[in-house]
Design a protein around this ligand. Sequence first.
Ligand code: PNS
Length: 177
Amino acid sequence: MQPVTRALVPGTFDPPTLGHLDVILRAAALFDEVVVAVLDNTAKTPWFSAEERESLLRAALDGAAPGGLANVRVDRFTGLLVQFADAVEARVVVKGLRSGADFDYERSMAHMNRELAPRIETVFIPADPRFSHLSSSLVREVALFGGDVARAVPPPVLEPLKERAVEQKRGRHHPHP
Ligand code: PNS
């Protein structure tokens, strides 16, 4: 019997974009099982908590296939990605590549991860050209100033993002109430 190949799709997902969703769905078509790994980084202050990012991802996946995809689950991790990969017995890490700049950065991470855990392979998926300009930070910036982000995020992410943008803007205007 062939062993099950479990792949991680890691990220901060603050918020999940259509580019993220596309990479997750394409990974789900390639590998037996996919674990979307949400980084809970205590050093950063994200717009959305790790719990919120997890539930936004679940809602986005549910929107892509009612009930979610049978071979995709969403989980959260802290610390090193390779430690999490070991803990969930994943041997592939999937990353989307939008540009040469992404590749330069991702290549260093892939080499470092390979040094730490040679058992784990990094696999790159080229971003769909429709989404290759998208990043969570650009999406947050556009949302903050009231720009239209409907073509940038999965439908279930849109309203929570708009609401959070209003809160963030208020927070920025009145940092010392
Ligand atoms: O969506 P992002 O922020 O570009 O994702 C980056 C992520 C979460 C994949 C990366 O920062 C990561 O793996 N962080 C976990 C800490 C770690 O393992 N660092 C060493 C990588 S060489």
